[in-house]
Write a protein that binds this ligand. Sequence first.
Ligand SMILES: Nc1ncnc2c1ncn2[C@@H]1O[C@H](COP(=O)(O)OP(=O)(O)OP(=O)(O)O)[C@@H](O)[C@H]1O
Length: 652
Amino acid sequence: MSTETQKETLGFQTEVKQLLNLMIHSLYSNKEIFLRELISNASDAAEKLRFKALSNGALYENDGDLKVTVSFDPEAKTVTIEDNGVGMSRDDVVEHLGTIAKSGTASFLGQLTGDQAQDNQLIGQFGVGFYSAFIVAEKVDVFSRAAGAPVSEGVHWSSAGEGEFSIATIDKETRGTQIVLHLKEGEEEFADGSRLRTLVRKYSDHIAMPVMMLKEAPLGMEEESEEPVEGEEAKAAKEPKEVAAPELETVNSATALWTLNKSDISEEEYSEFYKHISHDFGNPLTVGHNRVEGNLEYTSLLYVPETAPYDLWNRDAPRGLKLYIQRVFVMDQADQFLPLYLRFIKGVVDSNNLSLNVSREILQKDPNVDKLRTALTKRVLDMLTKLAKNEPEKYVTFWKSFGSVMKEGPAEDYTNREKIMKLLRFASTHTDSSEPTTSLDDYIGRMKEGQTKIYYVVAENYNTAKNSPHLEIFRKKGIEVLLMTERVDEWMMSHLFDYDGKSLQNVTKGELELGETETEEDKKAQEEAAKEAEGLVERLKERLKEKVSDVRVTHRLTESPACLVLNAYDMGAQMRQIMEAAGQAVPDSKPVFEINAEHPLIQKLDQEPDEDRFGELALIIFDQADLAAGGHLADPAAYVTRLNKLLLELSQ
Ligand SMILES: Nc1ncnc2c1ncn2[C@@H]1O[C@H](COP(=O)(O)OP(=O)(O)OP(=O)(O)O)[C@@H](O)[C@H]1O
């Protein structure tokens, strides 16, 4: 290696240090994956060059034979992964191998607890990558030169993975990147030809780039041709050979997985390819592989991951599919091909309809992109529908990871609204569990005779929802109610009005209508109760006029004395909190106060002659109704004072 100039030592970004630590510990039991990660990067680099060279052939520097080479030296205890891809400039190296550019990394790493089991789970959300080299290496040397840059602009990066790295400028004849791992003590097993071959075949069989290794001659034997040889050729073959330079051979299949027929691909191969493109540790939950011919020609290989990445909520984080055009890699994170609410999908789309001469800007204008997006969206929704139908348990796993993102769907994608609604899952009073397993179709299948609406409640958490006073009458009548507790629920429901001809009804809003599940007798009894309580209602209206828009006798309650009901078009508590937290002005609205005229406390209230005591008691019942539905009192201290006063009086 030529002399090094401009050598300097730099510190890793704090996040890199943390990540390195985490990775080395949590991946130790799966350490061999470093090879997959480095080969993935090398193969990506070669594919990137192929694309760039379409518009600038000089980048090939007369070597268009793209490949990845793996070699080893048992004496020096090294493993080397080399590619002749795009390579990196000095700035690229500092940026890519010294920092983590992904937004949200710091806050993700801030969640680390020091508890290994818990932290190991977290790393699963992050994805592996170059730094996995340090699982097996005590020192890593990277030699790189960007394609097209002069020989004198090579870079040598070196680090022991302990907080800093050195970087120097060198001469590098060949473009691309060479990564030399100096194996840790105890990891020498990797400096072995058959071990490496096995790993390449296991993990990197179906990447598009050939992975080359030196041919291994059988021990103690000259290499022999397998073809039967005759005559002159046979004579020549028997003559002693010059010791030729060792030859490289391709170790993997080197055919991009999605170009094969489904029937020729094993589940394992699908999983390995998923890890190759996603840098995920785990297996995918499900995969969809389709080849479509005709006007719109494409192959898609789409994966649903099992766990959500740490930055799922960052709607600006880069994501999307890997785009290939006529088998040539064009770009990562092509986010034009799926709507945002499907941003968790990983995969590849390979199309024949787009021009290889594309950029992100051109893609935005190409009508074929819209067609592909429509087709791929449908594919994903069909894939999920199939998963829900055939493997409901897996579907619940999916829903727990990505359900809240899917809930952005009905508002974002009007065309597919019905399909998406079919995929929604909720907790429900029917299952008596917080697991989101009930679909709208399940609900409809269990509707009572005469029931025309789908009832739901939105609350901060499962217990508040389940124990909400608003559910009392539903429980009594055996009518199921969906329990919604996610932040996006109220927002989503504000975009949905009906499903399969049944309207969706929030049980805490508007007048309660139970349709034909109510008998004539029920209705008569309600009218009578209302009449009897007219006096009390008037008194309460007067007393609470600052706080409520109306007071009426309820028929929702069987056990609680009172509840608060929102007017049909008012914003619910959850949306209100979200808007307020975002600093938005929220219109003021007063609830309706509904009282259970049969409740002993309400009857006591009715009989209270002292107007002051009546007022105090009314306020307590009002605040309690708010509390029971998960509300946050406007003046909690005043409530406590009133209640204590009452308790004292009672104990005297
Ligand atoms: N062999 C290589 N040739 C060229 N660039 C490389 C190579 N290996 C890594 N890089 C650069 O370093 C970056 C960081 O690599 P790393 O493996 O840590 O992240 P990554 O998660 O693989 O990145 P990506 O999400 O793009 O795959 C890569 O995105 C790439 O730009």
